[in-house]
Design a protein around this ligand. Sequence first.
Ligand SMILES: *Cc1c(COP(=O)(O)O)cnc(C)c1O
Length: 344
Amino acid sequence: MDINSVISLVRSNIRRLTPYSTARDEYKGKLGVFLDANENPFSNGYNRYPDPRQLSLKSLLAEIKGIASDKIFIGNGSDEAIDLCIRIFCEPRIDNIVTIRPTYGMYSVSAAINDVEVREVPLGRDFSLSADAMMAACDNNTKLMFICSPNNPTGNSMPVEQLRWLLEYFNGVVVVDEAYVDFSSQPSMLTLLDEYSNLIVLHTMSKAYGLAALRLGLAFAHPSIIELFSNVKYPYNINLAGMERAAELLERNVADEIALIKEERSRVKQQLSQMECVEKVYPSDANFLLVKVADAKAMYDALIQEQIIVRDRSHVPGCEGCLRITIGTPQENDRLLEIMKQKQ
Ligand SMILES: *Cc1c(COP(=O)(O)O)cnc(C)c1O
């Protein structure tokens, strides 16, 4: 799809929107006295409104991700980016989105909030994606596909060839949520942005980068799509304290942490696989393991008794009997393994 066809999918009210503009947006020259925004003039570090375009953090992220700044949107978590995708492309009560099942819950919640229909296509027994089934679920009002890869809670990555095929044949936008890509053996779809103008890739600072509390989610797309995101978002969606802390904390090297988490993932997987109470540990490209146990409720309660909380996914269709266990520090993982061993 060329970018003009993608833009033609945008809701007409959004295409026509005149975005909110600040006085500082409108004047580009050099300034020393700020009497335009009704701020308190006495400096405390935070008395001025932050940059609504987040240029400084974007240029840092551009360097880290190897992507031009004008292809980056920064949101208040990926959740803001997910919501904006739906608000920009989907006319409430008319358009629909297609996603997989099981997957991350926010696509459906955001769609429901916006009164947009969700069509869920079940993954195979081994959590494989059927690109044909995804296409079969679409009609002329399908604007978006949400595909999480590596998928939460199943942990597997979807093959790039299948995603490429959907990008070619689907007459809409494919949103690939790569929240866990830093733990994956499969490369990011980011390198395909120039090839497909109907691709939106989501990343987050909440997982591998260790900044969940700062609430920074990223969308990468064609500059014209990013411009729509910027027009629709709240002008000051990212606060200055968060941007400053992010810039400081992005200096540190997370590669060692990621390497250790991946090592621990294989150690925990190997140990769990030997336990009698464990029926299956699914392959994972993420920082968690989906584990099928004999009695999920009993195991969950036993762990809670020891003040360990995991995610009970046993009632999610396709994940019957499963717990989703995040990889912690080596000590935390030892503690988990010890309790689970006692329990069997
Ligand atoms: C955790 C997670 C996110 C991150 O959400 P934030 O709002 O950025 O914290 C996004 N997508 C998936 C699939 C996740 O599991």
